[in-house]
Ligand binder design. Structure first.
Ligand code: ADP
Length: 523
């Protein structure tokens, strides 16, 4: 029944607690991952909005220049173009290198006007490039659409940005081309535009092949947003990484590890505590049951000799005794039974003292042989009645000991031999000197002790299976007391036992010359 309850405890409580811990761990991790994801999302959003604001800035700035040029270009008065545009060119359109008007109605697309604030040697080659290579790439409509468009191309390793729109001059379709100075855009405009931007981000501009044109190379450990310029420099991309987001990934990984570690630790602690609790509860129940048995055993042991004392006392009192021999025999029984009562009560009282722990022993220098002799003498009468030879051998064994306690231990061992080795002829008590102290040996030729019992019989209240089956009187505290006494003297109790012939048990109590807790009294 008890086993069943223990099994139930293990099978339900431990798995339930483990499951709860696992669920908790799962929830904690999931929450952690969700928080992490939303943090990453918000970092990405913030980076994205910074990047899109920056590409727009440059786009708007270029388009504003295009519009300024458009306001100066009157296709009906192309001769006045230079006069109208150039005075404001350096202020309003600083990155425009030249404005060119091409007659699309002409078979070989004749250039009708070309105005540049600072004419340079590459004018001719630019004209040729536009007519031969770039015109075919432009989105031209017929009838012409006046919409502003951009062409961003790399030709022979050189990058070109052209803004263009179509106009009609009477019935002639014209194309206005604005040539932007890419080098100025990169080296003057971009630094100017992006200079005052916050210090919380790193940005650069890369071309279609990933080469950095402006800004530093970015090796971002957080999210990196890369956006093309929407309408103007659409072959290039602007990249932004928030410095505040750097290391986020690593931080998140560490956070996850910490959470896992904490949950793991909590799980181990909770599981260990649960197992310890279940064990403690089981041990407590076992002890309670043993105590119950102990009380029943002691009561029974008290009752039996008391009943004999009373019975023989009454017989003597009423004079129903045949002769003097009988009377002496009855008196001897009464004395014997009272001695048994006394030793039982002594045992219980000493056990209680030992259990309380404090000042249980009174050490002093003594002779182990002398103490053993007293124990043997106390039990000699009982041994004789059982027809057992109780022999004592050995030499003077001086050691430090509590004489009363060692006598009690010896009596318990001899009493056990008398109880459990019934029917055998000899019980041997010996005191043998050791290099450092002496040892007390009690051996019998009884049935020996089962292997299963050997480890437990020194525990308090525990009785051997055979002893219980045979209903041998006992309380289960004798050997616990012997063990406690021996260990308090600094030595162990050794048991050697055989259950196959030649059977028998030998108990050895070793007493060192000086027990560890004993201090010699001051002179
Ligand atoms: P008790 O004798 O009151 O049962 P003890 O603590 O003295 O309690 O002994 C515990 C158990 O050890 C006994 O119940 C018995 O089974 C076993 N035992 C002790 N001494 C011997 C012995 N000499 N021979 C066989 N069994 C023994």
């Amino acid at each position: 029944m008890r086993r069943l309850r223990d099994a139930w405890l293990y099978l339900t409580v431990v798995p339930a607690v483990s499951l709860a811990v696992l669920l908790l761990a799962g929830f904690a991790l999931r929450a952690n991952v969700q928080v992490e994801r939303s943090r990453q999302q918000s970092v990405f959003d913030a980076t994205w909005s910074v990047a899109s604001e920056r590409v727009d800035r440059l786009d708007k700035m270029i388009i504003a220049q295009d519009n300024a040029v458009a306001a100066s270009v009157d296709v009906t008065q192309l001769a006045a173009l230079a006069a109208r545009w150039l005075p404001t060119a350096s202020r309003e359109t600083p990155t425009v290198r030249a404005v060119m008007v091409v007659d699309l109605g002409h078979a070989s697309s004749e250039v009708r006007a070309y105005v540049a604030p600072t004419p340079g040697p590459d004018e001719e080659s630019f004209r040729r490039l536009v007519i031969q290579k770039l015109l075919p790439l432009m989105q031209l409509h017929s009838p012409p659409e006046e919409q502003l468009r951009h062409l961003h191309r790399t030709v022979s390793g050189r990058s070109y940005l052209l803004s263009y729109w179509q106009r009609m001059d009477g019935d002639r379709p014209l194309l206005v081309v604005v040539w932007h100075d890419i080098s100025r855009l990169v080296h003057e405009v971009m630094p100017q535009l992006y200079r005052e931007l916050d210090k919380n981000s790193r940005m650069n501009v890369i071309d279609a092949r990933g080469r950095v044109l402006f800004g530093p190379a970015i090796r971002a450990s957080g999210p990196l947003v890369s956006l093309p310029f929407p309408t103007t420099l659409y072959d290039w991309r602007l990249q932004v990484a928030l410095t505040s987001a750097e290391g986020l990934e690593e931080k998140a990984r560490r956070q996850r590890l910490v959470t896992l570690g904490m949950v793991g630790l909590a799980a181990v602690v909770v599981l260990a505590a649960t197992i310890a609790l279940v064990r403690a509860a089981r041990e407590e129940r076992r002890l309670a049951a043993l105590k119950g048995d102990f009380v029943a055993n002691v009561s029974h042991e008290l009752k039996t000799p008391l009943a004999s004392v009373r019975m023989f006392g009454e017989m003597l009192l009423t004079g129903r005794v045949a002769n003097d021999d009988k009377r002496r025999e009855y008196l001897k029984i009464i004395v014997g039974e009272s001695e048994r009562l006394t030793s039982l009560i002594d045992n219980v009282l000493d056990f209680a003292k030992v259990e309380r722990g404090k000042d249980a022993y009174d050490f002093g220098e003594g002779d182990l042989l002398e103490v053993a002799r007293r124990a043997v003498d106390n039990l000699r009468y009982r041994a004789e009645r059982q027809g057992v030879i109780l022999g004592l051998e050995g030499t003077h064994g001086p050691c430090v000991l509590d004489e009363r306690a060692i006598e009690l231990a010896a009596m318990n061992l001899i009493d056990n031999a008398l109880k459990y080795a019934r029917g055998t002829k000899v019980i041997r008590v010996a005191v043998e000197p050791l290099a450092d102290g002496a040892k007390l040996v009690v051996s019998d030729e009884g049935p020996g002790i089962d292997e299963d019992d050997r480890a437990r019989i020194f525990d308090r209240f525990v009785r051997g299976r055979e002893a219980q089956a045979q209903r041998t009187r006992g309380s289960g505290i004798g050997l616990a007391l012997v063990k406690h006494i021996a260990e308090s003297h600094g030595g162990p109790v050794r048991l050697t036992t055989r259950t196959t012939p030649p059977t028998g048990s030998t108990f050895e109590v070793r007493l060192p010359a000086r027990p560890p807790r004993w201090r010699p009294p001051r002179a």
